[in-house]
Design a protein. Structure first.
Length: 257
């Protein structure tokens, strides 16, 4: 159970429709989306919930009946080892569905944890079934979003498995800059990143001490500064070159259909 007794209905009332413009912006970066189609998606999502930093939205093995779209805040997909070590497998930002794949799976094989205070809106699986029946094109778009998640996961495996030191951190910061830019969360090559050094290490397979040392070297090279949960990129081309960053795996170009 996903602690339904803790769910917080949007402050404007049960009948209000939460603003999902960040998600729609990400969709429209890839697909043409009519106002009617956007309305169908928005009407299917009404009930919101708020989670505190460090709180699990979904725990591994939970059986769930809705998928969660982040309206505000950052979260992560993660697995906790029996010895207490956590591996973060993807960082989720506003506009992301954190568990759309729970619709066919029903039970997740990993957890979803809030990194900052998160406000989400529920997309009931029953509504997903209805939309699939009414609009096969929307079904394709939702399927596409899960395929992008899979592409990101593959890139994270490459990042941990074949890059080392500063390049891993540089790649993570480049990816999050691109994704945040799509939903209007960047300003002059800077963005908010509510992760501490330990959490960055959990993304990359590093200790907090190693992350601290690598961030210092990136700063001294004039590439990027990470301070007070703000990423400021000073040399975008240099950071991308170090990271061997190619954004094609994010599929941000327009699609046909």
């Amino acid at each position: 159970m996903r602690q339904d007794d803790r769910d917080i209905i949007d402050s404007f009332g049960r009948e209000s429709i939460p603003d999902i413009w960040k998600f729609l912006a990400a969709v429209r970066r890839r697909f043409q989306l009519s106002e009617e189609e956007a309305g169908l998606l928005q009407d299917a999502m009404r009930e919101t919930a708020v989670f505190a930093p460090g709180e699990y939205m979904v725990r591994e093995g939970d059986r769930i009946r809705y998928s969660s779209l982040i309206l505000e805040g950052f979260a992560c997909r993660c697995k906790d080892n029996p010895d207490g070590v956590r591996q973060i497998m993807e960082v989720q930002i506003p506009g992301d569905f954190v568990d759309l794949h729970s619709y066919p799976l029903e039970v997740l094989d990993h957890g979803i944890c809030a990194l900052s205070e998160c406000r989400i809106v529920k997309f009931p699986h029953a509504e997903i079934s209805r939309l699939i029946d009414e609009s096969p094109r929307l079904a394709r778009i939702m399927w596409f979003t899960t395929m992008v998640d899979a592409s990101i996961h593959r890139q994270w495996i490459v990042n941990i498995g074949s890059r080392s030191g500063k390049a891993r951190i540089a790649h993570l910061l480049c990816e999050l800059y691109h994704r945040c830019k799509v939903v209007g969360l960047t300003t002059d090559h800077s963005y908010w990143l509510p992760l501490n050094q330990t959490q960055i290490g959990e993304c990359l397979g590093f200790t907090q001490m190693h992350v601290n040392r690598m961030l210092k070297e990136l700063r001294e090279q004039g590439l990027v500064t990470f301070q007070s949960q703000k990423v400021q990129i000073h040399d975008w081309e240099g950071l991308c070159e170090l990271a061997q960053f190619d954004p094609n795996y994010l599929y941000l170009t327009p699609r046909e259909g």
